[in-house]
Structure formats: structure tokens, C-alpha cells
Design a binder for this molecule. Structure first.
Ligand code: ADP
Length: 517
């Protein structure tokens, strides 16, 4: 009979020994480490280990036989897996654990350990068999993965925190600015509005968010100019700044608003949002209107007594007694001069208020333009001996326009060229014809104008900062000049370099039909 027929051992001592040899060889050929412990002896000693176990742990068979398995855990005793094994042994059950073990030289390896009880015919646990695999590489990869996951989670957490903080930061700016802000989706539905909007237009979040802009508050935002901005101008011209809209709102009355609109073209969820910032300039406009009214009234009121004073001065000159003393004559002349200066200033102020109300009247008639220039220069030259005013070139002797207002423009440009170039000795005037325009340029070699100031000097009452204290003036001359030139269908501009001088030029259309604003 064969020794292992039907999986059972035969009973002859000879074949028993052969079977045992075969089994031992088979166990030694296995790549799994194996040990057997004797449960019936104190402290459950190891009574067998195979070759794979020796390789895995570095302990030889003779070093391990008789020892308890805890030897493999070294000092690393606080592993919960130990409790699982203990429990399984007490209960005589199977268990599988992954436990940290140490080789004879103290090197860590992860042991995937299967512990199974061996029971006698009466059911008592006599031995335990432990089958082990070194799963260090897999375990390391798993641990590395867990570590990476941990790192990633931490990073995500940090990023989320940063995003949340910057969102909160932006939201607090959005809510705090003293300008009304509204964000629309591409179909003009309100996505959000800020606190200032709610306050200014007396609406609530519920009444606005998620609603179409044009339907808000019974269509009170259905404003033709706003529609034009959103539907025609913004799509081709992004962003739009200082777009003025005036509208009568049912509960809050007439509002003048300056709108800045911006299409936010970020890919993803913010694609094509529209941000509108609304500045309420109703009060500012009202103050400006009152200032203009005051200016108009004050200049009219000042002019009346001044005309009387002017008359009296003329009478004093006419009725000056023969042989009047020179000092007295001088005083009367000076009075006349200052009254005339005051008169010019008041006339300028009146011009400003007339321009503001659209009441500036131009009387256009044909006149000899070049002659007008020469005469104006002559007058200016007589009064200013320090600078030499040189006229060059020619334009036309037949121009239709308001001569006295164009004289006013020339006087203004020339007196500025002299006033703002105290150390220079020359002013140049150049006349020419360009296409069907005449062109006049006035060049000085004075202080020049910074590029920031160049953008603003044609505004009324604007004066470049640093000159305010050193030179007299009201900052309205260029504003009036610009309006007069515009009223003739022309253009006035400046080219200047700080410290080198300035050239003010204007063109006027020769063709009479273009000669209007
Ligand atoms: P005003 O001379 O009364 O201030 P204007 O309207 O004529 O008013 O000029 C506005 C401002 O432009 C001046 O205050 C000055 O700063 C600047 N400016 C005008 N002309 C010149 C110039 N020729 N050179 C330098 N700065 C000038």
C-alpha cells in the first residue's frame, strides 16, 4: 500500500518515517514561512520552523525552537494585532493579521500571518500552525499611498481655506464699497447685488436676486440707455466706463448715474458674467448746477455796478481838469486799467455760465482771419514788452466765424504762452492751411505741462497743481477757448513736454457748412 493513499498515513513505522521525511521536505520547499507551536507546553513554544521561515527571520532552526513567537515582535509590543492573535489562540480559532516583526538583525518586516489551531481527535487544541509571508513591499506601498493621500487631503484643505478666505475677502470688499454693484449672468439675470445697491435703490435681496434685470420692480430698470449699454455697446467694447444714464425711478425719484460695466470672460463657471458699478452722481450734479447758478447770478450782479464804475472812470478822464497833477492822472488811468481787467474776468465767468446753460451766442460773419491774428498779436505785444511774439505763415483772409470770440481764443492762448513762460523771450505763432482747414499754433518755451495735466486742462476750473500759488488765474480760459473752437466745428489741442514748453493748436473748417458744432 502506498504511504499517502487517499490522503491518509499508513501505520507501518518504516513508511511513517518516509512520510514524515516527505512532509518535512515539502514544508521546506514552500515559499511561505511556517512554524508550529505546542499548545500543551507552558508558554506555547515553537517546536518546528521551515527553511522559508529561517530565511525570512534570519533565525536558524536551533535558535528558534523552544522560544515563544513574541520573540519576533522585539520591543514593538503595543500592536493591536497581538491581541487578535492572543484571542484566537485562547478561543482555538483561525486568525489573519498583518503584524510588524523584526529579523534577528533587528530589521522591520511586515508579516502577513495566518494562525490556525490543530485539534486532537477529542477536539482539544494541541498545536498552532503559523504561516507567514513577508509583505513588506506591499505594505510600504500601501503606507506610502496613505501618506500621499494624507498630504493631498492636507493640501486640498489648505487650498480650500485660502479660496474661502479670498472669497470672504472679496465679498467684504463687494459689500463695503460705497458704490452700487450688480452682477448679471449672460441673460441679464441678477446673480448678486451689494448692500449699497439695496440701500440706494430701496430694494431687498429677495426682490432682485435671480430675477431678470429688466423685470425688476415693475420694469423700473427697463431703461433704454441701459439696454443699449448691455446689448449693443458692451459686447463690442469691453469694458465701458463712465456711461451716463438718467432715469426717473418710481419711489426714489430722478437719479443721474455713472455706470462702469465689465464683462467677466473667465472660462468655467464665471463665463460671460457682467459686473456693473453704479455711481450715483445725482447730488454732485445738483451741487454743480447750484454752483453754475451762483456763478451766473454773481457775474451778472457784479457786472451791473462795474459798468457804472467804468462809466464814472470814463467821465473822470473826460472831465479831467486842465493841468491836473500827474499823480492824479496816473491813478485815474490805473483805475481804468484795473476796471477793464475786472470786466474781462467777469466776462469770462459769464461765458462759462452761458456755455453751461447752452446760451453762448456766436455771431458768424466773414472777416479777414490773418489780419485778425496780426492785430491781436500786435495788441498783446504792446502790453508785453518782455516777450517777442513772432507770426509766420498764412492761412486765409476770408473766414466766416465769430471774430470777437476767436480774438478771445487768441488772447487767451497768447497770454498763457507769456504767463507760463516767465523766463523765455519768444512766443511763436504759426498760420497754415491743411486740407480744407485753417490751422493756428501758438508755441512757447516755458514750463510745459505734464501728460496727466494735458488731459485735464480743458476742463473748467482745472489748473495744474504746482502753479496755483505762483500764477494768477481761474482755470477757465482754455475751457472757454475749447468751447468756442468746438462751436465753430474745430478742434483745439496741446502738445507739450514738461520743462521744455507747449504748443497749443486749433483747426477750423473753411467750408461754411462744417462750421458748426
Ligand atoms: P488759467 O491760466 O487761468 O489757470 P487756463 O484755462 O487758461 O486757466 O489754463 C488752465 C491751466 O492750463 C493753467 O492753470 C496751466 O496749468 C495750464 N496751462 C495753460 N496754458 C499753459 C502754457 N502755455 N504752459 C503751461 N501751462 C499752461
Amino acid at each position: 500500500m502506498d504511504s499517502l493513499t487517499n490522503g491518509e498515513f499508513s501505520f507501518s513505522p518504516e513508511t511513517q518515517h518516509r512520510d514524515f521525511e516527505l512532509l518535512t521536505q515539502a514544508l521546506d520547499a514552500s515559499i511561505s514561512g511556517m512554524i508550529i507551536t505546542d499548545n500543551q507546553q507552558p508558554d506555547n513554544p515553537i517546536i518546528y520552523c521551515n527553511t522559508a521561515f529561517e530565511k525570512m527571520t534570519g533565525y536558524s532552526r536551533k535558535e528558534i525552537i523552544g522560544r515563544n513567537c513574541r520573540l519576533l515582535q522585539g520591543e514593538d509590543r503595543s500592536q493591536k494585532e497581538r491581541d487578535i492573535i492572543k484571542h484566537a489562540i485562547q478561543q482555538g480559532e483561525h486568525c489573519v493579521v498583518e503584524i510588524r516583526n523584526y529579523t534577528k538583525t533587528g530589521e522591520l518586516f511586515w508579516n502577513e500571518l495566518y494562525v490556525s489551531p490543530i485539534k486532537s481527535a477529542t477536539g482539544n487544541v494541541t498545536h498552532f500552525i503559523g504561516v507567514q509571508h513577508d509583505v513588506t513591499r506591499r505594505k510600504k506601498a500601501e503606507l506610502e499611498l496613505l501618506h500621499q493621500q494624507d498630504v493631498m487631503e492636507k493640501k486640498i484643505e489648505e487650498r480650500t481655506k485660502v479660496i474661502r478666505e479670498s472669497e470672504e475677502y472679496l465679498a467684504s470688499i463687494y459689500q463695503t464699497v460705497r458704490e452700487s454693484l450688480i452682477v448679471l449672468d449672460p441673460d441679464f439675470k441678477v446673480l448678486s447685488i451689494n448692500y449699497h445697491f439695496l440701500k440706494t435703490f430701496k430694494v431687498s435681496v429677495g426682490e432682485t436676486e435671480g430675477k431678470g434685470l429688466y423685470e425688476l420692480g415693475n420694469g423700473q430698470w427697463n431703461i433704454a440707455k441701459l439696454k443699449e449699454l448691455l446689448e449693443s455697446i458692451l459686447p463690442t467694447n469691453n469694458p465701458v466706463e463712465n456711461f451716463e444714464v438718467e432715469h426717473d425711478f418710481p419711489h426714489i425719484g430722478r437719479k443721474v448715474m455713472l455706470l462702469n460695466a465689465h464683462r467677466v470672460e473667465l472660462e468655467g463657471q464665471y463665463k460671460d458674467r457682467i459686473l456693473i458699478a453704479i455711481e450715483d452722481i445725482t447730488d454732485r450734479r445738483e451741487i454743480e448746477r447750484r454752483k453754475d447758478d451762483f456763478l451766473s447770478i454773481a457775474s451778472h450782479e457784479l457786472r451791473t455796478p462795474l459798468t457804472t464804475i467804468k462809466g464814472y472812470v470814463q467821465m473822470m478822464i473826460r472831465f479831467m481838469p486842465e493841468g491836473a497833477n500827474e499823480k492824479f492822472k496816473n491813478i485815474v488811468d490805473k483805475t481804468g486799467l484795473y476796471v477793464e481787467r475786472l470786466n474781462t474776468l467777469i466776462a469770462e465767468l459769464l461765458d462759462v455760465s452761458r456755455i453751461q446753460t447752452g446760451n453762448i451766442e456766436l455771431h458768424k460773419e466773414p472777416f479777414d482771419f490773418d489780419k485778425m491774428i496780426y492785430e491781436t498779436v500786435e495788441g498783446m505785444q504792446t502790453a508785453n514788452k518782455e516777450h517777442r511774439i513772432i507770426v509766420r505763415g498764412r492761412s486765409t483772409n476770408n473766414f466766416t466765424g465769430d471774430e470777437s470770440h476767436l480774438v478771445q481764443v487768441m488772447n487767451n492762448l497768447l497770454s498763457n504762452a507769456i504767463k507760463y513762460a516767465p523766463d523765455a523771450r519768444e512766443v511763436q505763432v504759426y498760420l497754415s492751411l491743411v486740407s480744407n482747414y485753417l490751422k493756428v499754433s501758438v508755441t512757447d518755451y516755458g514750463m510745459g505741462i505734464s501728460s496727466d495735466d494735458q488731459k485735464r486742462i480743458f476742463e473748467r476750473f482745472y489748473r495744474a497743481g504746482e502753479i496755483q500759488q505762483h500764477f494768477p488765474g481761474m482755470g477757465i480760459g482754455l475751457y472757454v477757448c475749447d468751447q468756442i473752437i468746438k462751436n465753430h466745428g474745430g478742434t483745439l489741442w496741446v502738445e507739450s513736454e514738461k520743462g521744455k514748453g507747449s504748443t497749443f493748436s486749433f483747426t477750423l473748417p473753411l467750408n461754411e457748412k462744417d462750421n458748426h458744432e
